[in-house]
Design a protein around this ligand. Structure first.
Ligand code: FAD
Ligand code: NAD
Length: 468
């Protein structure tokens, strides 16, 4: 077969890879993208962000109809779940998104090379696809192969009774008892979905807190709220084994620090203890691409690996495993390859957990500032004191801002509360512009909106909130 040659070949069509391909094509580079899944969009569009948000949306609407609408004076008949219809909504949303990426590839004249790509030299890739094998060459290669489920020894995933996030997006019945191993992003989001739909959810977490890496105040508040919603938490506990039976799963657990074992029965167990970089059969060793200690691909600040013509971005390299971080890196690496300069401010990448209420953060946590010995001031304002939040019956939560004690520059923003995911964008932008808390406090915020809570928190940094 003849060898096709390109300026840029991207391996992996997740948010990192497909954005890199689009940006490279926009910049006039002849571009192809290799993807082994039957659809484009990677983990995020197929089995991650998008399907989980579709299920979160449906289950939130159900819970609203069942428990919350009457408080607004809206009376509906008995709400019930139509699980196949709920799943059909998810499938439709995924399809619209993955086909959207196919359209963008056609529009930008990007070749989708179907199959598994393996590096065979610094400038060539062998592709094993449904239509046979071929080799392509490229002046620059971008590895964007993402991540995969982290396995837990002793707890074998069968995607039926013991599921990963992927299985948890496609359960055929609502489990009576769901045990989630891991109190992070996936555990809390998918735990929320199935709790709202009727499951009794227990979260088993190794650490002494949930949402590791997020601000401690926020994590505590969120645990209280989720507990009030009916979730049970077993912290400082590790699962050592799982036995599947016809009727369910028995988990064996022990205290994280060691001690007596106990068992816990479940109908379904979700393993959500993190994700691992995906580099299987990628030919990294053969081409000399170096890895970090945590087996992610090592890159410099320009996303160049130890092999100069090979770049890497997204979940497969260091940093938070988030779709928008991968997208940002995708756009920037294409610009760098095209000879432009590119830069990402990793301190201004937001993180959002789409529970009810949502949790959102940008910048440093209070714990990180303490550890770094930075002098800071805190401004905090609760949702309870906001008119719009009261009208929405959404008074749980707060906004917490951290600003440099000397310069007043914003160092971190943390929100637990309704619409936190949208509200954090203002703080991300403020941080990108090097804004002070005073800048945010002096910016006009429309009334009555939840965004006024952000402004009040900014005023609170200087001890002068107006409505508290
Ligand atoms: P991926 O999206 O993993 O894409 C990599 C692609 O490369 C895959 O399609 C894979 O098939 C392909 N590939 C791998 N190796 C090869 C090869 N050798 N040849 C050809 N193709 C290959 N992040 C958020 O920001 N917000 C969210 O709400 C969110 N929700 C999530 C929910 C779940 C359940 C999960 C699992 C993740 C979620 N994430 C979320 C994380 C997000 O999905 C990832 O951070 C993001 O997808 C990473 O993008 P990527 O392009 O680096 O890799
Ligand atoms: P996570 O890192 O968010 O949470 C994993 C949790 O499991 C941690 O709290 C960890 O302490 C705990 N843990 C680890 N080993 C354990 C063990 N043996 N027993 C009990 N607990 C254990 O990982 P995740 O929830 O699996 O999600 C993976 C990644 O996907 C996230 O880090 C995030 O980057 C991404 N994601 C993002 C979103 C979003 O942006 N809304 C949603 C889902 C996933």
């Amino acid at each position: 077969m003849s060898e096709q040659s390109y300026d840029v070949v991207v391996i992996g069509a997740g948010p990192g890879g497909y954005v890199a391909a689009i940006r490279a094509a926009q910049l006039g580079l002849k571009t192809a993208c290799i993807e082994k899944r039957p659809t484009l969009g990677g983990t995020c569009l197929n089995v991650g962000c998008i399907p989980s948000k579709a299920l979160l949306q449906s289950s939130e609407k159900f819970e609203e109809a069942k428990h919350h609408l009457s408080a607004f004076g809206v009376v509906v008949g008995e709400a019930r779940v139509d699980l196949p219809a709920l799943m059909a909504h998810k499938t439709q949303v995924v399809k619209a998104n993955t086909q959207g990426v196919e359209y963008l590839f056609r529009k930008n004249k990007i070749d989708w090379l179907k199959g598994h790509g393996r590096l065979t030299s610094p400038t060539s890739i062998a592709i094993d696809g449904p239509d046979g094998s071929q080799t392509v060459t490229a002046k620059s290669i971008i590895v964007a192969t993402g991540s995969d489920v982290m396995p837990l020894p002793g707890v074998a995933i069968d995607e039926k009774r013991i599921v990963s996030s992927t299985g948890s997006l496609a359960l055929e019945t609502i489990p009576k008892r769901l045990v989630v191993i891991g109190g992070g992003y996936i555990g809390l989001e998918m735990g929320s979905v199935w709790r709202r739909l009727g499951a009794q959810v227990t979260v088993v977490e190794f650490l002494d807190r949930i949402l590791a890496g997020m601000d401690g105040d926020v994590a505590k508040q969120m645990q209280r709220i989720l507990t009030k919603q009916g979730m049970t938490f077993k912290l400082q506990t590790k699962v050592t084994a799982a036995t599947s039976t016809d009727s369910g799963v028995t988990l064996t657990m022990e205290p994280a620090a060691g001690g007596d074992t106990q068992t816990l029965d479940a109908d379904v167990v979700l393993v959500a203890i993190g994700r691992r970089p995906y580099t299987d059969n990628l030919g990294l060793e053969a081409t000399g691409v170096a890895l970090t200690e945590r087996r992610r691909i090592k890159t410099d600040s320009h996303f160049r690996t130890s092999v100069p013509s090979i770049y890497a971005i997204g979940d497969v390299i260091d940093g938070p495993m988030l779709a928008h971080k991968a997208e940002d890196e995708g756009a920037v690496v294409a610009e760098i390859i095209a000879g432009q300069s590119g830069h990402i401010n990793y301190d201004a990448i937001p993180g959002v957990v789409y529970t009810t209420p949502e949790v959102a953060q940008v910048g440093k946590t209070e714990e990180q500032l303490k550890e770094a010995g930075v002098a800071y001031r805190v401004g905090k304002f609760p949702y309870t004191a906001n008119g719009r939040a009261r009208a929405m019956n959404a008074t749980d939560g707060f906004v917490k801002l951290l600003a440099d004690a000397k310069t007043d520059r914003l160092l971190g923003g943390h929100i637990v509360g309704a619409d936190a995911g949208h509200m954090i964008a203002e703080l991300g932008l403020a941080m990108e512009f090097g804004a002070s808390a005073e800048d945010v406090a002096r910016t006009s915020h429309a009334h009555p909106t939840l965004s006024e809570i952000v402004r009040e928190a900014a005023l609170a940094v200087d001890g002068r909130p107006l409505h508290m």
